[in-house]
Design a protein around this ligand. Structure first.
Ligand code: VG1
Ligand code: CO
Length: 559
């Protein structure tokens, strides 16, 4: 039986066990270069005959084969998740994997997959997700490989995968019927064991070990109210089990809790634009005490309180400042890390705590070495990603539980906690403006023009502010010495303000320009961020000529 269309005449058949392995000949694809987080394309691209399989075979080659290895497999449930997981299983069996541990119905949140890889001592894992990108036949699909530490493959592995994809002439796949992945337990696929596991159980158990569940329970036993928006994505079952069933949040606290293949036609990106219903409720009359949302694959978090949106950069800083209130971090933090565009609020906390603060390129893969080496305990990104050394991915629900643990101990509101934080550390006003789906050539020209101007910028003014330094961020990993260049253009101003430009590595249409803006305040602590940043916003326009070069008069998304 041929499952992928195309001409089968050139394909060899041979036997392993009682099922036959097919060698499917293909012409290599030239566009399978992983971006910030795995390979993301339009779903229809992944549905092109052999496209997904070619990338999976390239992964096998890029990691030196999978013979005898154990892998974890799961995805965020988006359209094509089920088909893709059956292909991955048959290919793993064909290439001699010993075992694949797969979430029931091929579902696993990204942090839960990371945990399973670590807990079960697997050699790695395949995560099927395009994270915050919309799903469905017209939406996006994605796939990424995580290594034995549970974290996203580092650049040397993703480079090896891409190199393999460029010359790949075929792939091996077992000829077999689809497995029933709804039944928990072990089955056999060719010579390989498939172990279908409850996607929530191990993760929930880990969370219980990190936080003071009794303290959180007593919060919910009082008048404390929570709203968690799972955005019809993967965190629904996790949030319902943990927040409602285990911790006692009122039934109905979790909304949009059933994962849907098209995320209910939504955009599972937890920010004030796409989680507007939640934001409106939290900013409206009779708002709950705490509001949160997560993304498609459950690794992002948006944190809100009654009447307040906490920027991800501020959330990271607040978690670091209050970390010892949670049992897992009671002994203190070994160090912290943030991606370069993330605000410097974290640096101020680290300075006070007297711990290391690392600045890495965008993408969770750069935190892995620091976490493995015990140089960082908490990590975060401005894009709503926060995590710790409990896994090697960012973790949305973990951040929610961490916040609840802190609120339960401090017995204050989110707004008061942040006011207290800013009074102590000062406030880094922060915003990111995204220009999505712009012409790729125009985006590259904008970056090239700015890059060429960098050396002449110090001493010049923009937005009425004097520029003190400008560079293109590069990172030297302190653990393995690897060098990563071209990670964003940075412009620093004499008043402590900062402006960063970079192009997204997760989009699937044209280019997305991200402009990150920050200013530091120690006196005015309760103002509107866009207002406080207006000079930095003006400087961005002046320096990059965004409107002239992209034709856009305003950003698509402001966070
Ligand atoms: C974006 C974010 C980045 C994040 C990445 C993956 O990347 O900016 O911080 O690590 O998405 O997150 P980019 O290259 O588009 O800026 V997820 O939750 O989409 O896996
Ligand atoms: Co995500």
């Amino acid at each position: 039986m041929m499952r992928f269309g195309g001409d089968t005449s050139a394909n060899a058949h041979f036997q392993r066990s009682d099922m036959s392995i097919q060698r499917i000949q293909i012409t290599p694809f030239s566009d399978q270069k992983p971006g910030t987080s795995g390979l993301r394309k339009k779903t229809e691209v992944f549905q092109t005959p052999h496209y997904l399989a070619a990338f999976v075979q390239s992964i096998w080659q890029g990691i030196g084969g999978i013979s005898g290895k154990t892998l974890v497999l799961g995805g965020d449930g988006r359209f094509f998740n089920d088909t893709a997981s059956q292909i991955v299983l048959r290919m793993a069996a064909a290439s001699g994997a010993a075992k694949v541990i797969v979430g029931q119905n091929a579902l696993l949140s990204t942090p839960a997959a990371s945990n399973l890889i670590r807990k079960r001592g697997a050699d790695g894992g395949i995560i099927l997700s395009a994270s915050h990108n919309p799903g469905g036949p017209k939406g996006d699909f994605g796939i990424k490989f995580n290594a034995a530490n549970g974290g996203p493959a580092n650049e040397s592995i993703t480079d090896a995968i891409f190199e393999a994809s460029k010359t790949l002439d075929g792939y091996d796949i077992l000829e077999a019927e689809d497995l029933d992945l709804s039944q928990i337990g072990e089955t056999q696929l060719g010579g390989m064991i498939v172990d279908v596991v409850d996607p929530v159980a191990d993760y929930a158990e880990m969370m219980q070990g990190l936080f003071d569940f009794d303290a959180i329970r007593s919060l919910f036993a009082g008048s404390f109210r929570l709203r968690f928006d799972a955005m019809h994505a993967i965190t629904g079952p996790y949030a319902t089990a943990l927040l409602e069933e285990t911790l006692g949040a009122a039934p109905g606290s979790v909304i949009n809790g059933t994962p849907l293949p098209d995320f209910g036609n939504g955009h599972p990106d937890p920010n004030p634009i796409w989680a507007k219903t939640l934001v409106d409720e939290m900013m409206g009359p009779d708002a709950p005490d705490f509001g949160a949302a997560s993304d498609g694959d459950g690794d992002r978090n948006m944190i809100m309180g009654c009447g307040i949106y906490v920027t991800p950069s501020d959330s990271l800083a607040a978690l670091a400042a209050n970390a010892t209130l949670a049992p897992a971090y009671a002994e203190g933090l070994k160090g912290v890390a943030r991606s370069m565009p993330t605000s410097c609020a974290l640096d101020r906390v680290a300075e006070t705590l007297g711990i290391e603060c690392h600045e890495t390129p965008t993408g969770w893969k750069f935190f892995g070495n620091l976490l493995d080496a015990g140089r960082a305990t908490l990590c975060g990104e401005e894009s709503a990603g926060t995590g710790s050394d409990h896994v090697r991915e960012k973790d949305g629900l973990w951040a929610v539980l961490f916040w609840l643990n802190i609120l339960a101990q401090r017995k204050i509101s989110v707004a008061d906690l942040m006011a207290d934080h800013w009074a102590r550390f000062g406030r880094n006003y922060y915003s990111r403006h995204d220009y999505e789906g712009i012409d790729a050539a125009a985006a590259n020209a904008l970056m090239d023009h700015l890059r060429a101007a960098l050396t002449d910028l110090p001493g010049a003014t923009a937005g009425g502010m004097t520029i003190t330094a400008a560079d293109e961020f590069a990172y030297d990993d302190p653990i393995d010495g690897s060098h990563t260049a071209k990670q964003g253009l940075r412009i620093f101003f004499e008043n402590g303000a900062r402006l960063v430009f970079r192009l997204s590595g997760t989009g699937t249409v044209g280019a997305t320009l991200r402009v990150y803006m920050e200013s530091v305040e120690t006196t005015v602590l309760d103002a509107d961020a866009q207002e406080m940043l207006k000079n930095v916003i003006a400087a961005a326009q002046e320096l990059a000529q965004i409107e002239d070069r992209t034709g856009r008069t305003a950003p698509d998304v402001i966070t």
